[in-house]
Every structure is written in structure tokens, then in C-alpha cells.
Design a protein around this ligand. Structure first.
Ligand SMILES: Nc1nc2c(ncn2[C@@H]2O[C@H](COP(=O)(O)OP(=O)(O)OP(=O)(O)O)[C@@H](O)[C@H]2O)c(=O)[nH]1
Ligand SMILES: [Mg+2]
Ligand SMILES: [Zn+2]
Length: 494
């Protein structure tokens, strides 16, 4: 089975994929009809075992923090930017955060995002201006001062009225790629998101294939708090923009985003961003965080931070990036990483110690869920280089579930493939067929061993470590591309 759809020239660490499903056609209920958020904590009986070193992260008194100080605090929520290719996700991320997340040469050459992009933004409010004009990000304040020709940026003063600026919260944007062959990457990003903005370009008909497919992915991952962003309103006449807005409204009817606000913006000209921020603040609250649930850290990237030629005695340990789905981590904690690395056909699970934790450029003693964390370990950096540990699960030593080569899932298929232009019916699962499964940040291939009404047994090509109860996305190879065709729940593993 080809891992890359033909014609794909760029490689991702995860398998390239493109789903296409059918999630949100006009039906009286969301097709997926899914329920509870089931991330990490649900089924593991063992509570996070604290090691002697473990220190719980302290809550931050946000009312006392200036915007400058906010640079050093941990983001409290992961906000996805999702939607069809070229609809402006990376441009909007930059408008709000000041960071252009397409950093790889291939992304810049091709003008599309390939990897997941991460950027933090500090959201603030003017105590004097009326809504929605009172909502800012730190980057927007800077831009506004520059527009006004003022050299000195006073982050504590509203550029419009001079009123006091108060810190609201720090959000971590997860900027997903929209290209159809990168659906596996988008799905692994969706597993990190707490809420999302679904971007829809005003200059194209609605819905485009990945608009549907990404919305389906949000539903599969139980991401309920969503703001729809109608982008590129500058690119069309007002009349066309209104027509497009109505198309969006009619498309979302009877889907999980039926009541989501639709905010017209121009990311490139930074139009209506105050209004967008107001809806993000009101519709996408920070989830309650359970520091007492078992520690589950989803590995989204990993690196070797040593420069070539570093002497062995000066080598720094491997660094892992990702996000906590539950629990917390502190410097000195003993941790394990599963399923680990594959050496000569055998998986070797890794155990190590947390040497440092970084939040952006700031080192912290401990951290909980929210934002992307960098965990420096004592691991040999050759193990972490080039995203080698993506898809692994990290937890307290002795606390992760057993890794598995066989899983039992409750599978549900959509009626139609969503990510294709043409309408393709989704056939029932077949004994022996190969599927691509996305669970957390893991992407793995598997073949169906047994099919029954209650559960489907799948033997995996790549071992996984995941808690029963987790949601997973099911993709199938259709016309040489991986298309999202269904979703499921992990029942048990073997
Ligand atoms: N006119 C106009 N063009 C925009 C706007 N936002 C983005 N663009 C342009 O649309 C193109 C795609 O923008 P990106 O931000 O890279 O889109 P994306 O959704 O991140 O694309 P992928 O990540 O590859 O799916 C670029 O040429 C942008 O300059 C906008 O508000 N108005
Ligand atoms: Mg992009
Ligand atoms: Zn003001």
C-alpha cells in the first residue's frame, strides 16, 4: 500500500493523507452525532503518580500581569486554524500573533503550509473602548501604533483611546495545512486543539472539499467551540461577499456549527479583527484543566538542538515538543515515552527525566495543559532528531497504558466521502482492508482482522500507545489518496 499518494512530492514525518468524507451534508442531525470529549484521562485508573520532584503549576493571577510579562506565561488554550487550502489560515495567524508559521523552504517555495504551525498570541482588552473595538492582541497594538506613526509602543495604553489595556489570556494557535494530501497532519493537529476557527474564503463557492473535511475532523475530535471566519472580504465586491456569507450560513445549517458566529474579515488587510477576537473570547472559553488526571503529553515534534560538531561532553539532551492533554509535568519528573523507537524490528520504550520545560523562550518549573511545551530530556539527541518521536505518548514513569499492535474500535462510517470534488459513497468496511488511523498525534496503518457490529479488530503496522476511550479518525485509500471516511472510539488494545 503506498504511503504517499501518487504525485505527492513532499514528505512529512507522518503519513501524508487526505481524507474526504461526508460529514456535514444537510441532515437533521450532525452526521457524526458524537458525544463526549474523550481525551487522555478517561479510562486510565492510575492517577498521575507524582515523583518526589513533581511540583504542580501554580495558577497565574492574570489581573496583575502586563502584556510584556504575559510573554513569559504559558498559553492556556490551543486554538486551531483550519479550512481549505489557501483560505488564509497562516495569514490570519500572522495578523494576530505576528508570526509567519510557514518556515520550511518547501512551504515557502510552494506557498502552502506543510507542517503544523505554532504561534502564541496575547489577547487583551481596553477598559474604555466599547465592544468589539476593545479587543486586541499584543501584535495588533504594535501594528496600530506603527500605523499611527508613533515610534514608541505603549502596550499598557490603548492606541485608540489611551485607556488602560488589560491582559485577558494567552492562546496558542495551531495552524493546520489545508492541502488535501495533508489531511493526516491536520488530523494530528486537531488532536491538540481545544477550539478552532474555521476559515472560509469569500472568493470561492462554499463549501470547498477541505472545508467539509476539516469541519468533520473537528467533530470527530469533539471540538465544539468554533468560530467561522469568512476571510478575504477585500477580494470581492460587497454583493458577492454577502452572497458568500449566505452560502456559509446555509452550508452550516444542521451541522455542529449551525449556531457558530460567522465573522467577515480580511486577514491580509487586518480588517474586523477586533470583532473576531470578541467572538473568540466569548465562544471559545478555556477548558477546565484537570491537573489530577493522569499526565498525557502528546508529542507533536522532537529535535536535536545541538549544532553539528558539538563535543560529546557538551551535547544537550533530546528535546520534545507537544501539548499536555491532562495532568502536569515538572522539572525532575521521571517520564516514559511509548511505544518508543523501532530498532531492528523491535520497539524500545524510553524512560528519562525532565531536565527543563520551556514555554516559548521562557523556562518554567512546571506546566499543565495549554500551549506547546518544549521538554528537554536526558535522552540521546539522536533519538529525538528530525521529529523522530512524533506520535509517541509521554507520561509519568509506569503510568502509561501498554502499547498495542492490535486494537478494538467502535467504528462509524460517513455516508459520503467529504474531501473530494465528486460525490463518492462510502462503502462498508471490508475484512482485510487497509485503513489509516489517526489517534492523538499518531498516524498508523492497520488492516481489519475482524468485523462485528459491536467492534472492529485492527492489526496495526505501527504500534501505538493510547488510552481506551480516545477518539480516532478513519481514512481509506480512494483513487490513490487517503480520504477521511469515518471515526471511531478506541475500546481496548492487545
Ligand atoms: N485578498 C486577500 N488575500 C489573502 C487574505 N488572506 C490570505 N490571502 C492570500 O491567500 C494566499 C494563501 O494564504 P495563506 O495564509 O498561506 O493560506 P493558508 O490557508 O494558510 O494555506 P494552506 O496552509 O496552504 O492551506 C496568500 O497569497 C495570501 O496572501 C485576505 O484576507 N485577502
Ligand atoms: Mg497555511
Ligand atoms: Zn480604548
Amino acid at each position: 500500500m503506498p504511503l504517499e499518494p501518487s504525485g505527492a512530492t513532499f514528505k512529512e514525518n507522518a503519513i501524508l493523507a487526505v481524507p474526504s468524507c461526508t460529514i456535514f451534508t444537510r441532515q437533521s442531525e450532525p452526521i457524526l452525532g458524537k458525544k463526549k470529549k474523550s481525551t487522555s484521562s478517561s479510562s486510565s485508573s492510575s492517577k498521575g503518580k507524582e515523583t518526589a520532584a513533581s511540583k504542580r503549576p501554580e495558577p497565574v493571577d492574570k489581573s496583575k500581569i502586563t502584556l510584556k510579562e504575559a510573554e513569559k506565561v504559558q498559553a492556556e488554550i490551543n486554538l486551531g486554524l483550519v479550512g481549505h487550502v489557501d483560505h488564509g489560515k497562516t495569514t490570519l495567524t500572522e495578523a494576530l500573533s505576528g508570526q509567519w508559521t510557514d518556515r520550511y523552504s518547501e512551504e515557502i517555495e510552494r506557498g502552502i503550509s506543510i507542517k503544523l504551525g505554532y504561534a502564541d498570541a496575547i489577547i487583551a482588552k481596553c477598559t474604555e473602548c466599547p465592544e468589539p473595538d476593545c479587543y486586541w492582541t499584543k501584535e495588533m497594538i504594535k501594528q496600530e501604533y506603527q500605523q499611527l506613526g508613533k515610534k514608541k509602543v505603549k502596550y499598557q495604553e490603548c492606541p485608540t483611546c489611551g485607556g488602560k489595556i488589560e491582559f485577558l489570556r494567552k492562546v496558542a494557535f495551531v495552524d493546520a495545512p489545508g492541502h488535501e494530501i495533508l489531511m493526516a497532519t491536520m488530523l494530528s493537529g486537531a488532536s491538540l486543539m481545544d477550539g478552532a476557527c474555521l476559515l472560509i474564503a469569500a472568493d470561492e463557492t462554499v463549501p470547498q472539499p477541505q472545508t467539509k473535511e476539516h469541519l468533520a475532523a473537528l467533530e470527530i475530535m469533539n471540538i465544539e467551540n468554533i468560530v467561522i471566519v469568512q476571510n478575504k472580504i477585500d477580494a470581492v465586491e460587497k454583493e458577492k461577499s454577502v452572497k458568500n456569507f449566505q452560502q456559509i450560513k446555509s452550508y452550516v445549517k444542521n451541522t455542529i456549527v449551525e449556531n457558530a458566529p460567522v465573522i467577515p474579515v480580511s486577514a491580509i488587510f487586518r480588517v474586523n479583527l477586533h470583532e473576531l477576537l470578541m467572538h473568540i473570547e466569548k465562544n471559545i472559553p478555556t477548558p477546565d484543566r484537570d491537573l489530577d488526571s493522569p499526565t498525557r503529553f502528546f508529542i507533536a515534534r522532537s529535535f536535536d538542538i545541538n549544532k553539528p560538531g558539538t563535543k560529546i561532553k557538551d551535547l544537550k539532551g533530546g528535546v520534545i515538543g507537544g501539548t499536555l492533554g491532562g495532568g502536569y509535568l515538572a522539572v525532575g519528573d521521571e517520564i516514559e515515552i511509548k511505544p518508543g523507537i523501532l530498532v531492528d524490528g523491535k520497539y524500545i520504550e524510553l524512560t528519562t527525566t525532565v531536565e527543563s520545560i520551556s514555554v516559548g523562550n521562557t523556562l518554567v518549573d512546571s506546566a499543565g495543559p495549554g500551549g506547546l511545551l518544549g521538554i528537554k530530556t536526558k535522552l540521546d539527541p539522536s533519538l529525538t532528531k528530525s521529529d523522530g518521536l512524533i506520535g509517541n505518548l509521554l507520561g509519568r514513569k509506569g503510568d502509561l497504558p501498554d502499547s498495542a499492535d492490535t486494537i478494538f474500535i467502535k467504528a462509524n462510517l460517513m455516508d459520503f466521502v467529504l474531501g473530494t470534488e465528486e460525490k463518492i459513497k462510502v462503502d462498508p468496511l471490508r475484512h482485510g482492508e487497509n485503513l489509516m488511523l489517526s489517534i492523538g498525534t499518531t498516524t498508523t496503518l492497520g488492516s481489519i482482522e475482524d468485523l462485528s457490529k459491536k467492534k472492529t479488530e485492527i492489526s496495526l503496522k505501527r504500534r501505538i500507545c493510547a488510552d481506551p476511550g480516545m477518539s480516532l479518525a478513519i481514512s481509506r485509500l480512494i483513487n490513490k489518496r487517503w480520504r477521511l471516511v469515518g471515526y471511531g472510539t478506541l475500546l481496548s488494545t492487545e
